[in-house]
Design a binder for this molecule. Structure first.
Ligand SMILES: *[C@@H]1O[C@H](CO)[C@@H](O)[C@H](O)[C@H]1NC(C)=O
Ligand SMILES: *[C@@H]1O[C@H](CO)[C@@H](O)[C@H](O)[C@H]1NC(C)=O
Ligand SMILES: *[C@@H]1O[C@H](CO)[C@@H](O)[C@H](O)[C@H]1NC(C)=O
Ligand SMILES: *[C@@H]1O[C@H](CO)[C@@H](O)[C@H](O)[C@H]1NC(C)=O
Ligand SMILES: *[C@@H]1O[C@H](CO)[C@@H](O)[C@H](O)[C@H]1NC(C)=O
Ligand SMILES: *[C@@H]1O[C@H](CO)[C@@H](O)[C@H](O)[C@H]1NC(C)=O
Ligand SMILES: *[C@@H]1O[C@H](CO)[C@@H](O)[C@H](O)[C@H]1NC(C)=O
Length: 634
């Protein structure tokens, strides 16, 4: 007993020693590297003090896409952020976009640390949660607008390694007040801005509508990424906010139905069987069934090495999966309506030819409501698991499911989307031609749906099979992404099993099997090309649309591009004399999505932003010049 206490205390001593050593070393080291880690010195008699200042903040997942959460963090009201940030509805409950820029007001003043040093900061109090430390909160929640060194200085009585949950800590948010000379030059505010790795002085300057030299003059030489600099402005720049479409009202959670015990047991057993079949199927696949595809052999060789690894992983995972499966079934039960097989049989006339929509999807009416019913053999579980996490107006909603233990079949019941697939609207001759505005809105809807699965689900979901036939149009011609059959949860995985659709698959996926959100962005680029050109992703001669686009547009001159564009545009759009700039903008977005190097492709946030801007331009145009599009106004 005694010895263990002694043991313990010597360990503690060691820990403390290490901490102090580390702290001392780091403190001095970093003080030499970056003289500002402690904060930005000031003298109270040389500046307006205190003063109004602003920080430039970027909405960020997972917790700070909510205006209310950001407002709470900075002790301001939502209105105080939304007004300077040009967000029209401060009460909006839909999330901000990741990276969306905000101006947050703070009160800046000069605080003396000791007799000789004063530091300029805004005094923000923050309550410590489980898992927080000074460094983590400074770099993540406050996005490097302060440093842990400065937090230590501002909280001399707290021991950084021993923080109690619930204790209030002052986070000194770096800021600066204009000095009298600056005030004379009408510099009314200093905006605290954290330099991002991709920034240049001139990009920052143009964002704030000032000269790069003015920024340089107000700061020290050579600021580094993630350091805070101060942008002297006479008034805040006008932020143009990306347009976030509020989720449509009909996507309330599916009604919860009471489920009889027997049904639950039956279902659990059935899904167990389904799971077992899944494992068996994968197992069989691994053992080497797989001559289903034309170039299978080529693929086989390419993935031989990965397969060997994967088999090992699968063996280990099998048991785990069975357990997971049973656990997850109970999760699904209270989220979805469980349909009876008799109901489905009646709704579809016994799955008759006349109710077939396409493939294995049937239309059925149950209780006066139309549904799309998808019949599946064994792979429903992945979809169920993924769909359970996603709920967004631009994704086809799963309403419920049904398991028929008799023949181990699973049915997924989706909302019925009235107007069918985008593919049919673009490529089937009997349909009326869509106008450009409708096409653009479809592109934005799809982009918003992808943005949601890429950025707002944890772990991320990659759809893997974005194509015009998986995009459905509702009664208002708003688009919804369907068919999560191939979707994959988690990112940057390598798969051995190449799936997807020719003409839409990203080259890196074919080459290396790399799964990432960038492959959806590539496929989205192809869909955008289809919308612009009205051509199919791969034509009857086997010519691939995206290859043609990237050779003609990737590094041509602006003037040549405009010429080539004319040969690309769908004739139906020509007849409507729609604005060329808008088409060119969309083409540029498409081409940037189609870059061979996935890291060069834009993120969905950027795509949504770019397309929304184009849409606004067209909106103005069509208001004056064109007849009303078949769309409800925003
Ligand atoms: C401001 O105060 C510092 C000492 O705190 C003093 O050295 C300096 O002369 C003062 N400057 C002005 C302009 O009063
Ligand atoms: C926001 O909500 C508050 C109360 O919840 C209300 O007073 C205010 O009018 C609302 N603002 C807008 C723009 O709807
Ligand atoms: C005052 O604080 C600064 C920053 O913590 C420190 O570098 C300096 O040595 C301190 N000066 C005195 C006299 O304590
Ligand atoms: C910072 O604010 C807290 C309360 O919000 C206050 O108790 C504290 O004195 C302030 N610190 C300074 C240095 O102004
Ligand atoms: C803050 O800075 C660190 C590097 O010092 C960086 O890794 C981190 O991503 C930054 N945080 C944000 C939100 O930019
Ligand atoms: C606010 O943002 C909209 C776009 O969202 C833009 O058109 C408008 O000019 C902005 N207003 C100001 C004052 O900058
Ligand atoms: C911002 O908008 C205001 C009016 O809305 C305008 O007077 C001002 O010139 C604009 N500033 C910039 C930098 O665009």
């Amino acid at each position: 007993m005694y010895s263990s206490i002694r043991h313990c205390s010597s360990l503690l001593f060691l820990l403390f020693f290490f901490f102090f050593f580390f702290f001392f070393f780091f403190f001095h080291y970093s003080a030499a590297q970056a003289p500002d880690a402690d904060g930005y010195t000031c003298s109270a008699n040389q500046t307006a003090n205190p003063c109004q200042a602003y920080v430039f903040y970027r909405a960020s997942p997972p917790n700070f896409l909510d205006l209310a959460a950001i407002a709470d963090l900075f002790w301001v009201s939502r209105l105080e952020i939304s007004r300077p940030s040009n967000i029209s509805d401060s009460n909006a409950t839909f999330p901000l976009l990741p990276g969306q820029p905000l101006f947050i007001p703070i009160t800046c003043s000069c605080h003396s640390v000791n007799a000789s040093v004063s530091i300029s900061y805004a005094n923000l109090s923050y309550k410590i949660n489980a898992g927080d430390n000074f460094w983590l909160v400074s770099t993540s929640k406050f996005q490097n607008l302060t440093t842990f060194q400065s937090v230590e200085i501002a909280n001399p009585t707290l021991i950084p390694t021993n923080l109690d949950i619930g204790v209030n800590v002052v986070f000194p948010i770096f800021c600066k007040c204009p000095n009298p000379t600056q005030l004379q030059n009408r510099i009314n505010f200093m905006v605290s801005y954290v330099i991002q790795p991709a920034d240049t002085m001139s990009s920052i300057a143009s964002r704030f509508g000032v000269q790069a030299s003015e920024i340089r003059a107000a700061n020290w030489p050579n600021p580094q990424p993630f350091e805070t600099i101060f942008i002297p402005v006479s008034h805040l720049p006008n932020l143009t906010q990306p347009i976030v479409l509020p989720p449509s009202p009909e996507q309330a959670p599916a009604p919860v139905r009471e489920v009889k015990n027997r049904a639950v047991t039956g279902l659990a057993i059935a899904l167990g069987i389904v799971g077992f079949l899944l494992i068996l199927a994968v197992g069989l696949w691994v053992v080497g069934v797989g001559k289903r595809r034309k170039n299978e052999r080529e693929m086989e060789e390419r993935f031989e090495k990965q397969r060997v690894q994967d088999v090992g992983i699968w063996k280990g995972k099998r048991k785990e999966m069975e357990v997971d499966l049973m656990a997850d079934v109970s999760d699904c039960l209270d989220k979805y309506r469980v349909f009876k097989i008799e109901e489905l049989n009646e709704a579809t006339d016994g799955f008759s030819e006349s109710s077939l929509i396409q493939g294995s999807v049937y239309k059925g009416t149950i209780g006066g409501v139309d549904f799309a019913i998808k019949k599946m053999k064994w792979n429903a579980y992945e979809q169920l698991k993924i769909l359970q996490k996603v709920n967004h107006g631009n994704l086809v909603k799963l309403e419920g499911f049904c398991v028929d233990p008799e023949d181990a079949t699973c049915y997924l019941i989706y909302e019925y989307v009235e107007n069918g697939s985008l593919y049919s609207w673009l490529h089937e001759s009997q349909k009326q031609k869509l106008n450009w505005r409708t096409r653009l809105r479809i592109a934005i809807d799809v982009a918003n749906g992808l943005l949601y699965i890429h950025e707002h689900t944890r772990p991320q979901v990659v759809h893997k099979d974005i194509k015009s036939s998986n995009i459905l149009l509702d009664a208002n011609m708003r688009a919804k992404i369907a068919n999560f059959g191939l979707a994959k949860s988690g990112c940057n995985a390598i798969t051995m099993h190449i799936v997807g659709t020719q003409g839409y698959i990203a080259p890196e996926y074919i080459a290396d099997g790399v799964v990432s959100t960038k492959m959806d962005i590539f496929s989205f680029g192809v869909v955008l090309l289809e919308l612009i050109s009205g051509k199919e992703a791969i034509d009857n001669e086997g010519d691939v649309l995206w290859m043609r686009a990237s050779t003609e547009f990737l590094d041509g001159k602006e003037k040549d591009k405009l010429e080539s564009l004319k040969s690309w545009i769908d004739e139906a759009l020509f007849e409507q004399s729609c604005p060329m700039e808008s088409l060119m903008d969309a083409m540029n977005v498409a081409v940037s999505c189609l870059q061979k190097d996935p890291t060069k492709r834009p993120s969905m946030v950027e795509v949504v932003y770019a397309l929304s801007k184009t849409d606004e331009a067209v909106f103005d145009f069509s208001d004056d010049n064109l007849s009303a599009p078949p769309l409800t106004a925003r």
